[in-house]
Structure formats: C-alpha cells, structure tokens
Design a protein around this ligand. Structure first.
Ligand code: HEC
Ligand code: HEC
Length: 364
C-alpha cells in the first residue's frame, strides 16, 4: 500500500503548493517600511569548520548572522508559532541530540524523528532525502497536523513580543508584521531557523579527541573502530569519517520486499532503482537517538549491530553491493565480543558538549 499521508509527504506537498504559487522568493525583501528604520549592520557569522570536515553547504540567499541565528534559536524553542502549544523541541528533544520518538502519521506509519547535528553538511534532508533546501524545510511545520498556525493570530503574538519586534527590525527591517504577506512572514521565520540549524555543529566526541591525540580508546573501542573502518564490518563505506554519513541514498537491506514507507526514495522519485533506498543517516550522537532506522524498528544499538551481523536481506531490491559481497553470504559472522566492541566504538561518537552547549539550550 502506498501511504498517502507520511510526514514528509505533508511537508513536501505544502512546500510544493507554496512554490507552485510562485510566491516564494529567497530574495523577497519588499518590506514596505524599510525607510522607516535605520539599518544597523548585522554581525556576520561563519561556521567554525571542525578539523577534517569539508566545506558546509550554505545558502548565499540566507547568509548566517549572529542576530538571525539568535532569532532562529528562539523560534526553535518557542510555541509562539503554533496554535496548539507545539514547538520544534516537542518532537526534537535536546537531550536526544534533538531527535525524537517515532511520529505516527494519520495513515498509521511510524517515522522516526531524526537528530539535528551537523545539518550544514547535508545536501538533502529527511529519511528519503527528498528535501534539498534546509531553508524551506521548516515551512511544513505550519501545516494543520503540526503547528496549525493561524497567521493573523501569529502576527498578533509577534507584535505583542518585544523580542521578536526588535529582532525583525534588526534582521529584516520590518516594523509591522501586517505589512508582510503570509508567505513572506513564513519565509522570514524559517530562514532564521535554518541559520540556527546550520550553527549546530558537533565535533567534540571522544572519537574526535582520539583523532587529535587528546584521548585514548579502550581496547574494546579500538577493536570496534577497526571492525567499523575495515572490510570486517564495512560500515565506513556508507558512514564514513568525519560526518559518519556519505550523504547518499542507499539500501542497507532492511526489507526483502519493501512496501509502504519502506520503499524510501522511490516514493519521491518513482524510479524503480530507488526502491528501498534511504538517505544514509549520520552516526554522530547515535547513543542518544534511539530508536533506530527510518521507522524506529530497532530499540538498541545491539539490535542494529545484530541486524548488520545476521539480519540483512540480501535479496532486497537495489541493495548496495557492499552488503552482498561473497564473504557476507552468511552475514558478518562477528563473535559476541566483537559486536560489543562495535557498540562501544559507536558510543565514542557521543558529544555531550554539543547537547549541553548553552548556544543550543532553551533560551527562555
Ligand atoms: C510533530 C513532530 C515534529 C515537529 C513539531 C517538528 N519536527 Fe522536524 N521532523 C519530524 C519528523 C517525523 C521528521 C522526519 C520526516 C521524514 O524523514 O519524512 C523530521 C525531520 C526534520 C528535519 C530533517 C533532518 C534530517 O536529518 O534529514 C529537520 C531539519 C527538522 N525536522 C527540523 C524541524 C524544525 C526546525 C522544527 C520546528 C519548526 C521541527 N522540525 C518540528 C517531526 C517533527
Ligand atoms: C550500504 C550502506 C551502509 C552500510 C555499509 C552500513 N550502513 Fe548503516 N545505515 C545505512 C542506511 C541507508 C541507514 C538508514 C536505513 C533506514 O532507516 O532505512 C543506516 C542506518 C544505520 C543506523 C541507524 C541510524 C539511525 O539514526 O537510526 C546505525 C546505527 C547504523 N546504520 C550502523 C551501521 C554499522 C555499525 C554498519 C557496519 C556494520 C553500517 N551501518 C553499515 C547504510 C549503511
């Protein structure tokens, strides 16, 4: 059965309507009362690129500024955008690396809620890799089943807020929320959220410190690292260093006959060779983001490792050739202690300084 109502579908269709209407432009700076305010220069923000990381994907039409990030940070934690008390952190929990428990769509499908970590290095978003622009992704949250936002009521709340009134003046030279169309107002809001999301960088795990010779691995972590990074486990092909994702769609063999949401990218592209493929998720902070996989089918890292060890369906359509190497016909055949070592290594990717960083904490 093809699900008509997955979260990503809803997000995409509402985005499509906006784009189809031709109303959105990233350069939309037709702000009526621009002349009424003195423009104070904004403070440019550049991402501190961690050692060994590639260049991030930025949007020239939405340059990051300290002020923009601050506003996005507030919106992220603020129920002000919703009529129902929801905010980003209702689903993306700070103590789970901003991931969450599976969201059940009206059609009854579970979609695991992915973390927010190093999103500036993602070229596409959502499990099926179907969204290519971080700057417009949060638009989907204005939909009835998420924030149910009434734009007139939102203008009232923003007008009543000293903080947002002040910040809109600074960032967009807007003094009157009623001078913006609904779509301009939505875009102005989500662009600041995208700036904030791009500022959420994590690169201070034990693994990162180990690479810089600032930390030592236990024998178990070291052995797990070797399994991960060599042919023994082959994990690095898809979850490569330093992002722990190669940012491509792959089928890792979860299902022999993918149906419904298990068809992954195929539901977006309709291309047969995309069936069963999902955007490879990062493994950074994986210790905190249970349950695992697009539908949250595995509760623990031990279950995930056992899946790779003995549960891969080699006849899955479009399965990645890495999963079907001749040596893997009976699975990875890891000993129990090797599986434990792999889990120990995965936990070295935990960065608690990221989750406890005051820059990402509730600002209220
Ligand atoms: C009702 C729960 C819910 C709320 C509220 C919510 N999200 Fe999400 N979010 C999800 C789900 C579910 C997904 C995965 C969708 C998919 O892959 O199909 C997701 C995915 C994402 C992604 C993609 C991450 C990735 O690695 O691909 C980003 C970014 C994101 N959300 C940002 C936000 C922001 C910003 C807000 C607040 C404006 C927000 N979300 C509010 C449930 C929620
Ligand atoms: C062929 C590419 C590929 C290889 C090789 C691979 N993975 Fe994955 N991995 C994926 C994909 C794709 C997903 C997401 C699948 C889904 O949700 O349907 C995933 C998901 C995961 C998850 C869950 C992530 C989350 O946020 O829920 C973990 C943990 C994981 N892999 C660990 C490993 C380990 C350990 C190995 C080596 C034993 C490995 N992977 C090898 C592609 C791969």
């Amino acid at each position: 059965m093809v699900p008509m109502f997955s979260a990503s579908r809803i997000i995409k269709s509402s985005l499509f309507l906006l784009l189809a209407g031709g109303i959105i432009s990233f350069n939309s700076c037709k702000k009526d009362d621009e002349s009424a305010t003195e423009s104070v220069p904004l403070t440019p923000y550049s991402i501190d690129i961690p050692h060994g990381f590639p260049e991030p994907y930025l949007n020239a039409d939405n340059p990051m500024t300290v002020e923009g990030i601050d506003m996005g940070h507030h919106f992220y934690y603020d129920p002000i955008l919703s009529e129902n008390g929801m905010r980003c952190t209702s689903c993306h929990f700070p103590n789970r690396s901003f991931s969450g428990l599976p969201y059940t769509t009206p059609a009854g499908d579970d979609i695991d809620i992915p973390p927010h970590v190093n999103l500036a290095w993602n070229p596409d978003y959502d499990w099926d890799g179907g969204i290519h622009m971080l700057d417009s992704l949060p638009l989907g949250d204005f939909a009835p089943q998420f924030f149910n936002t009434n734009m007139m009521a939102l203008r009232q709340r923003l007008t009543a807020s000293d903080y947002y009134s002040e910040m809109f003046k600074k960032v967009y030279h807007v003094t009157n929320f009623y001078s913006l169309t609904d779509d301009q107002l939505k875009m102005d809001i989500v662009k600041t959220i995208a700036q904030y999301l791009r500022s959420m960088v994590s690169a201070n795990s034990k693994y990162d410190r180990y690479k810089l010779d600032h930390s030592v691995f236990t024998p178990s972590e070291l052995n797990g690292y070797l399994i991960f990074m060599t042919e023994k486990g082959d994990c690095f092909h898809c979850h490569g260093d330093p992002l722990f994702t190669i940012n491509q769609n792959k089928n890792n063999g979860l299902e022999c006959n993918p149906t419904g949401i298990n068809q992954g990218a195929y539901l977006i592209t309709g291309i047969e060779t995309d069936k069963g493929k999902f955007s490879v998720p990062t493994l950074r902070n994986i210790e905190f983001t249970a349950p695992y996989m697009h539908d949250g089918r595995f509760q623990t890292l031990e279950e995930v490792v056992e899946f790779y060890n003995s549960g891969v369906c080699q006849s899955s359509p479009n399965i990645d050739p890495i999963m079907t190497k001749p040596a893997k016909i009976y699975g990875l055949q890891l000993f129990d202690w090797e599986k434990a070592d792999l889990v120990a290594f995965l936990k070295t990717l935990s960065d608690t300084t990221f989750m406890n960083n005051p820059n990402f904490a509730n600002p209220f």
